[in-house]
Design a protein around this ligand. Structure first.
Ligand code: ACO
Length: 320
């Protein structure tokens, strides 16, 4: 049986959620709420960090100085997003070190989308347009998530993601005004990324293990299917403006529902990718592990410097 103080804490947590106020790190929270946040925020942080790889691979092969400057800025932004999110997770009592170890040991997930290869420069545009477009759809509602540090991190992340989406659209629009070969490159890229982009929102609601509880706690504000629908409806007119064809012959406007009907992605492929058998899973994790190991000397030097700075004032006091 719950003690009276424990009951009061739970009532205060529920009342905060009912008022749509934020839960802050010092507030009492149920252990399952905390664990759900750690799982989701860690996966989100890992996605930002692993997501640097598919596009980062094109930095040395950008077609112009302007495209290189844009891509560099974008990939650096993703590193920043990872850091805000790891910091948000640290407020829940888990260190970035622990989370990184779980990622490179394959014990925590990251978004399925980053296990697909980038085969042409058009993919940089398609990732900006479709993948960051999907990310915005999913993350704008997370600015109102019930956990304060996560919601505040999301505000800045979403502003930067909007820039990412626009640069992707602008790159594709430029290529579509170019040669037949460039237009074909864009279409081929959109054909490959459309289905994985739909998968980013997670499994259909009926198969989603966490949605109901996460919605009840205000961690998620919309279900996976609601966000997927929103993304499709937002993307169709943009595809028309670009002059590309979305690779779904059954994609049609449905007046009655006020949205598009569309074909579901291959959910068996999604399960394979999430469980580690996607085209690039092994390569992505191996690369992250190598980068972590290569950075060991930097972490050691930074810790040694921090220790010396802590000791110095004491030594100075001892001398004076
Ligand atoms: N890729 C990998 N795993 C996924 C994906 C995906 N696209 N979608 C769902 N899953 C996993 C879930 O993590 C969960 O597995 P777990 O229990 O082992 O953690 C399982 O599939 C069932 O899914 P749900 O019950 O629907 O999970 P959840 O309620 O967490 O919803 C979602 C998934 C929508 C991705 C949610 O976690 C979310 O909104 N996260 C924040 C956004 C995010 O992480 N974006 C990253 C990519 S965007 C970018 O970086 C550009």
């Amino acid at each position: 049986m719950m003690t009276a103080p424990a009951q009061a804490e739970e009532a205060s947590f529920e009342a905060t959620l009912a008022r749509h106020d934020r839960i802050e790190p010092r507030d009492w929270m149920p252990e399952r709420y905390r664990a759900t946040l750690v799982r989701q925020i860690a996966q989100h942080a890992h996605s930002e960090i692993i997501g640097m790889q598919p596009e980062g691979a094109w930095i040395t092969r950008a077609p112009s100085l302007r495209r290189k400057a844009i891509l560099l800025a974008k990939v650096q932004d993703e590193a920043g997003h990872g850091l805000y999110l790891y910091s948000a997770c640290e407020t829940l009592g888990v260190s970035r070190q622990e989370l990184t170890e779980k990622l490179i040991e394959g014990k925590q997930k990251y978004s399925s989308i980053f296990n697909y290869p980038t085969l042409s420069y058009a993919d940089v545009g398609t990732i900006g347009w479709l993948v960051d477009g999907a990310a915005i759809c999913n993350q704008v509602p997370l600015c109102r998530t019930s956990y304060g540090p996560y919601g505040r991190a999301m505000i800045r992340v979403c502003k930067e993601e909007s820039f990412h989406q626009r640069q992707g659209f602008e790159l594709l629009a430029t290529m579509m005004r170019g040669t037949d070969a460039q237009r074909a490159m864009v279409q081929e890229s959109v054909d490959r990324f459309w289905w994985p982009a739909l998968m980013m929102f997670g499994p259909p609601d009926a198969d989603s293990s966490h949605t109901a509880q996460s919605m009840a706690w205000g961690i998620k504000r919309d279900t996976n299917d609601e966000l997927r629908q929103k993304f499709v409806d937002m993307t169709v007119p943009q595809a028309r403006a670009l002059g590309v064809t979305l690779p779904d012959p059954d994609l049609v406007w449905n007046d009655e529902k006020g949205g598009h009907d569309f074909t579901q992605p291959d959910w068996a492929e999604f399960r394979d990718v999430v469980s580690g058998s996607g085209p690039c899973n092994a390569q992505r994790v191996a690369h992250r592990r190598r980068a972590h190991e290569d950075g060991a000397w930097v972490r050691e030097a930074a810790s040694a410097f921090a220790r010396r700075q802590q000791q110095e004032p004491q030594q100075q006091e001892a001398v004076s």
